[in-house]
Each structure stands twice: as structure tokens, then as C-alpha cells.
Design a protein around this ligand. Structure first.
Ligand SMILES: NC(=O)C1=CN([C@@H]2O[C@H](COP(=O)(O)OP(=O)(O)OC[C@H]3O[C@@H](n4cnc5c(N)ncnc54)[C@H](O)[C@@H]3O)[C@@H](O)[C@H]2O)C=CC1
Ligand SMILES: CC(=O)C(=O)O
Length: 352
């Protein structure tokens, strides 16, 4: 295990530097027991894992950050590179190891390890390769951090969240996928760009599969509190509906475009996942469209399927699913998306 060097108090020749540099204040009260020590583990230090790790560090969210990867030199290089930013960041102890023992006692384990898409390849095509990896990754994580929340990012994220749930034996509220939190951000960005407003003033959800069969919830889009569709209908501006359809197509094509241009996506997923980590660990009770166990919500009754729905996130994980308004057409598309994912789940061999 590689420990951050600055926490060592031993100088050359075993001299205790703490004793030489500091004169302790006598009779100090012990640290307040109310401050929790927060530990986050990130599994996989590729483009996505590192974008998440560095964004988390800027948010002062963790006292301890543990990094795990299968490639030893790259892992140590990434750890050192982050540690060298210590003078510019809130204090976080950064550890790394190829051994999962470094993750013990985590509050949140973020899994980004695995194969990524080649240009033009679908997310679902990665399934077999990444299920094989998850069989090695999830059991030790669950064993070493039995109270943690698992946040899955590797693709195809919805089916892999189901796989992580099965392999961990955790209750479903503590196994979440990053899902369509990213797709919804892309959607909000494009709507905001079209209307020339701030994306944070646009409320809009994409739900269902993170990927090709995702569902845009037109009926719930509002900008600064104004419901967009009914506003457009009242103004009889029908052509704008076509613009919205084009925007959803652009969202679905976003990852394919970025991957064909730079080989992978990283910055937006980094911010998306750090934002989820913040809502969970700081108990924000904020609503995010993320992958959760969807059975029983919005007419999905076909079985234990995981896909994105707007969910309330807090320290306990996914606490509730909101009753967001859907037209019958939107709900049907969601159920179709659920059937596609369920079919894939049923074909999996999850014997470890
Ligand atoms: N859910 C989402 O919105 C997004 C998901 N992704 C997915 O995230 C995953 C990672 O993407 P990138 O970081 O770009 O790939 P990458 O190839 O840069 O990194 C993958 C990392 O996983 C590591 N790894 C492989 N096997 C491992 C094992 N058994 N244990 C620990 N580490 C292992 C590799 O050594 C590598 O460092 C892909 O599946 C990708 O499709 C990417 C962007 C967005
Ligand atoms: C790669 C991927 O899933 C994304 O950027 O949406």
C-alpha cells in the first residue's frame, strides 16, 4: 500500500520530526466525536476514475481517498500526481494499492474499472467483458466495506449496477448507478444553449437506460419554473417540438461523438459522479436521475430491473423515487427500456 508521504513523522535516521517542529499544547480536548471520518474508494484509475478522483478532491468531501487499479505503475503514478497537488487542495489522505484491503471501511466505493467503448461501439457490447471483471471487484469491496454505498459507473452502467447488487448482497438502496445523471446534464446544457439561459435553471430529466434507449421526459421540462411544453402549445409554437426531438437525438449521440473525437469521455462524468458523491455523503436529499432498482415504479412490474429514475439521494443511498409526471407514451417507452435491460440481465451468468 502506498501511503501519502506527508503524514509520516519520521525524518532521515528515524528522527521524529513532529517532536522537533511542534511543541504540543497541554491538556487539549480530544477531537470532537461528532465529526465523521469519510472515506471514498475509486476502483479503476483510467480517464473516468481520475476525472472523478480529482473533482472529489476539489470538493473537500473525503478525509481519505483510496485508489485501486490492476496496473501497478500507472496506479502509483496517478496517486503521486494527485498527492503533488496537496498545497492547492483541502487536506485528504490519498492511498493506492492493487490490493483491495486499501478500501477497507469505505463510506462510498465508486467503480469505474473496465473496458470502454471503441469509436462506434455500443455500451451494451461491453457487458460480457465487464461482468467478468465485476466478479473480481465487487465481492472484496463488499466484504471490506459492508456498510458502504456502491456507486457504479462502468458500462453498461444499468446492467452492471444490477450485477453489483447481486454480487454484493447489499440492500438495493445502497447500490446505485451513475445512470442518466450525465445524459440529463447534456440535455439541460443543450436546452439552455438553445434558449440562451443558465443550464442550472433548466429542470429536465432523461430516464431509463443510460444509452441508446433512454427516454426524454418532455412533459416535465421547465425553465425558471415555466413548463416548456404547455407554454409552447399556448403560444402555438409547434416547430419547437422538433427542436426538442433533435436535442434528445444529440444527447444520445453525445458520447459517440466525444469518443470518436478524443477516444473517451471523462470531464462531464467526473463532475456528474462527484456531484452524486456530494449529495450522498453530505446527505443533501437532492433528486438525481440515477440507476436504481426500478421494480414497482412507474408501472415497471416485469422484475428486478435497474434503470434510471429521478431518485432522492442522501447518506442512506437512494431513499425514494419521485413521482415525476410522465405521459402514457413516455411511461411506455420506459417500460420498453426496462424490458430490454431485463432480457440482458436474465442472460447473465453471475456464478463467482
Ligand atoms: N456511466 C457513464 O456515464 C460513463 C461510463 N464510462 C465507463 O467507464 C469505464 C472506464 O472508462 P475509462 O476510464 O475511459 O477507461 P480506461 O481504459 O481509461 O480505464 C479503465 C481502468 O480500469 C482498470 N482495470 C481493468 N481491470 C481492472 C481490475 N480488475 N481491477 C481494477 N482496475 C481494473 C484499467 O487498468 C484502467 O486503468 C468504461 O466502462 C466506460 O464505458 C465512461 C464514461 C461515462
Ligand atoms: C461513455 C459514456 O457512457 C458517456 O459518456 O455517456
Amino acid at each position: 500500500m502506498h501511503k501519502v508521504t506527508s503524514t509520516s513523522s519520521l525524518g532521515p535516521g528515524g528522527l521524529d520530526l513532529t517532536q522537533s517542529f511542534f511543541k504540543p499544547i497541554q491538556n487539549t480536548a480530544p477531537p470532537s466525536p461528532t465529526k465523521r471520518h469519510t472515506k471514498i474508494s475509486v476502483i479503476g484509475v483510467g480517464n473516468v476514475g481520475m476525472a472523478i478522483a480529482q473533482t472529489i478532491l476539489t470538493q473537500d468531501l473525503a478525509d481519505e481517498l483510496a485508489l485501486v487499479d490492476a496496473v501497478k505503475d500507472k496506479l502509483r503514478g496517478e496517486m503521486l500526481d494527485l498527492q503533488h497537488a496537496a498545497a492547492f487542495l483541502p487536506r485528504t489522505q490519498i492511498l493506492s494499492s492493487t490490493d483491495y484491503s486499501v478500501t477497507a471501511g469505505s463510506d462510498l466505493c465508486i467503480v469505474t474499472a473496465g473496458a470502454r467503448q471503441n469509436p462506434g461501439e455500443s455500451r451494451l457490447n461491453l457487458l460480457q467483458r465487464n461482468v467478468g471483471l465485476f466478479k473480481k471487484i465487487i465481492p472484496p469491496l463488499a466484504q471490506l466495506s459492508p456498510d458502504a454505498i456502491l456507486l457504479i459507473v462502468s458500462n453498461p452502467v444499468d446492467v452492471l449496477t444490477y450485477v453489483a447488487w447481486k454480487l454484493s448482497g447489499f440492500p438495493s438502496n445502497r447500490v446505485i448507478g451513475s445512470g442518466t445523471n450525465l445524459d440529463s446534464s447534456r440535455f439541460r446544457f443543450l436546452i439552455a444553449d438553445h434558449l440562451d439561459v443558465n443550464a442550472q435553471d433548466v429542470q429536465a430529466y432523461i430516464v431509463g437506460e443510460h444509452g441508446d434507449s433512454s427516454v426524454a421526459l418532455w412533459s416535465s421540462i421547465s425553465v425558471g419554473g415555466v413548463p416548456i411544453l404547455s407554454f409552447l402549445e399556448k403560444q402555438q409554437i409547434s416547430c419547437e417540438k422538433e427542436t426538442l426531438e433533435r436535442i434528445h437525438k444529440e444527447v444520445v449521440g453525445s458520447a459517440y461523438e466525444v469518443i470518436s473525437l478524443k477516444g473517451y469521455t471523462s470531464w462531464a462524468i467526473g463532475y456528474s459522479v462527484a456531484n452524486l458523491a456530494f449529495s450522498i455523503l453530505r446527505n443533501q436529499r437532492k433528486i438525481h436521475p440515477v440507476t436504481v432498482m426500478a421494480n414497482g415504479f412507474h408501472g415497471i412490474e416485469a422484475g428486478e430491473v435497474f434503470l434510471s429514475l429521478p431518485a432522492l439521494l442522501g447518506r442512506g443511498g437512494a431513499l425514494a423515487v419521485t413521482n415525476v409526471h410522465m405521459t402514457e407514451e413516455e411511461a411506455q417507452r420506459l417500460r420498453d427500456s426496462a424490458k430490454t435491460l431485463l432480457e440482458l440481465q436474465r442472460q447473465l451468468d453471475l456464478e463467482v
